[in-house]
Design a protein around this ligand. Structure first.
Ligand code: DX5
Ligand code: ZN
Length: 217
């Protein structure tokens, strides 16, 4: 797959202005929006859920909503999220006992299915399920908070997947910025999430376009 799409995470944006934050990111070159859903259970933090997505969808009909579901019961939110207008639904492999069933449910609801791995989860747990998913998310921080340091020792997971699955969509998420995006792309990631590196920047357009220039080579 061509490298790379940039998907800003709005986690650390001004959430009182969620629509204008999304619009700003899109007009500054975001390829998609990475929306972090946390339930205070799978991770020790809370964000938002399908009601917010449902309100955003008609205001930005063209945006691709990549839902990162950091929730303990991912089966529960598939239909509400599909109904709200989500495009992709990434659950954590650590949160379900039935990966194939959940992937099927997500696809039947009309969304793309993503499988996410926390840093401590070995790639072996994923291997039986790769064909069931549309995308694999390799976390490069412990999920729960923006602004953490990038874990470069997760990149071998990406390298392994890219070597064995040349067509697979592979996303990295956590601590990615201008200083390490090249290493993500070199490892084989083709969907790059960046939160604070973009949200915290004076010039979002500059950061997003420089990220793209860095990896388009
Ligand atoms: C962490 C979230 C990430 C995070 C990215 O739990 O899944 O999407 O918001 O933010 P940065 O890029 O600041 O790590
Ligand atoms: Zn995320």
């Amino acid at each position: 797959p061509p490298c790379c799409k940039i998907g800003p995470s709005i986690l650390n944006a001004d959430l009182s202005q969620i629509l204008s934050e999304c619009n700003k990111l899109l007009s500054n070159g975001a390829d998609y929006l990475h929306l972090d859903v946390m339930d205070g259970n799978f991770v020790p933090n809370l964000t938002f859920g399908h009601p917010i997505v449902k309100c955003l969808r008609p205001k930005i009909p063209q945006a691709f909503f990549d839902m990162h579901m950091m929730v303990a019961n991912p089966e529960q939110w598939v239909e509400p999220m599909a109904d709200a207008g989500a495009n992709q639904y990434t659950f954590h492999i650590e949160a379900t006992r039935d990966v194939p069933g959940l992937c099927r449910k997500i696809k039947e609801a009309g969304m793309k299915a993503g499988i996410g791995l926390k840093p401590g989860t070995p790639i072996e747990e994923l291997l039986p399920h790769i064909d069931e998913a549309d995308m694999i998310l390799i976390m490069t921080v412990e999920p729960g908070f923006g602004g953490q340091s990038f874990m470069s020792h997760m990149l071998p997971k990406v390298e392994y997947l890219r070597k064995n699955y040349p067509e697979l969509d592979i996303e990295v998420d956590g601590g990615v910025g201008l200083g390490n995006i090249q290493s993500c792309a070199d490892a084989g990631a083709n969907m790059i999430v960046a939160g604070t590196a973009i949200i915290g920047a004076e010039d979002q357009r500059y950061v997003i376009s420089t990220m793209k220039e860095t990896v388009f080579n």
